[in-house]
Design a protein around this ligand. Sequence first.
Ligand SMILES: NC(=O)c1ccc[n+]([C@@H]2O[C@H](COP(=O)([O-])OP(=O)(O)OC[C@H]3O[C@@H](n4cnc5c(N)ncnc54)[C@H](O)[C@@H]3O)[C@@H](O)[C@H]2O)c1
Length: 261
Amino acid sequence: MRRFDGRVALVTGAAHGIGRATAQRLAREGAAVVVADIDVDAGEKVVAELAATGAEALCVACDVTDRESVHDAVSTTVDRFGGLDVLVNNVGVATDTPFEDVGEEEWRLQVDPTLNGAVRTIQAALPHLLRAKAGGAVVNVGSVNGLAAFGNEAYSAAKAGLISLTQNLALRYGRRGLRVNLVAPGTIRTRVWSQRLDKEPDVLERMAELYPLGRVGEPEDVAAAVAFLASDDAAWITGTVLRVDGGVLAGHTSFVREVFS
Ligand SMILES: NC(=O)c1ccc[n+]([C@@H]2O[C@H](COP(=O)([O-])OP(=O)(O)OC[C@H]3O[C@@H](n4cnc5c(N)ncnc54)[C@H](O)[C@@H]3O)[C@@H](O)[C@H]2O)c1
């Protein structure tokens, strides 16, 4: 038996990066996976890759900033696969504008998908997760930015909010068999760095030096942690924050110069 045989997982933002690696990991371990993303073309490609490995997968158009779109994605999932066992809230949006220049709209554009998007998705999925035979699991993709100051104030505040949401929902629904956890990644090699890579091609190499483990993370590093928290191996773990950060929050201080100088 693989860990997710017979289970259904919905991953938001699964067309690229960490979400894609998570969809691949859960599918490899037996889950029927729903790739829920605004980028449907890329989502369909992920589904085709998964299907080629024999996995059951479905792409649904989903914008986590739109309550109706999220409800439709969950309904489509349940119609197609008969239920929902695992929800991974992976969408996060950050901009690089200095704090003093971030207006109301730009603040909202970061906080809404990053924090409120997870709220919408959990609320839509909740009735199904509470019916999951082996107990439902939610894994929120947070960030080290939710735990310490790394800049990007709006994004970071949203990620900190996700930690509070994780803890509260873990307590609220634990007796009903639902576990809610969060992974907090450090720097992960995904396309979010590509804009900066154009200006600073060696940015990730420089970042790597700030990490006690000597490298930045790969999407698969986060996917492995998400799969653990979503699986029965974590059956007695809820409300926790699992840092997937190459050791950076263990006390490395060079980031202070990197981010705030
Ligand atoms: N890459 C990093 O260094 C890093 C570090 C810490 C945390 N994270 C977090 O990991 C998560 C994934 O990041 P990534 O680096 O893989 O990014 P990414 O840009 O590669 O992937 C994000 C995905 O979300 C989708 N998306 C964006 N807005 C959406 C919306 N409104 N509704 C539905 N889908 C939407 C995009 O189409 C894309 O497929 C985010 O929550 C991010 O904050 C990333």
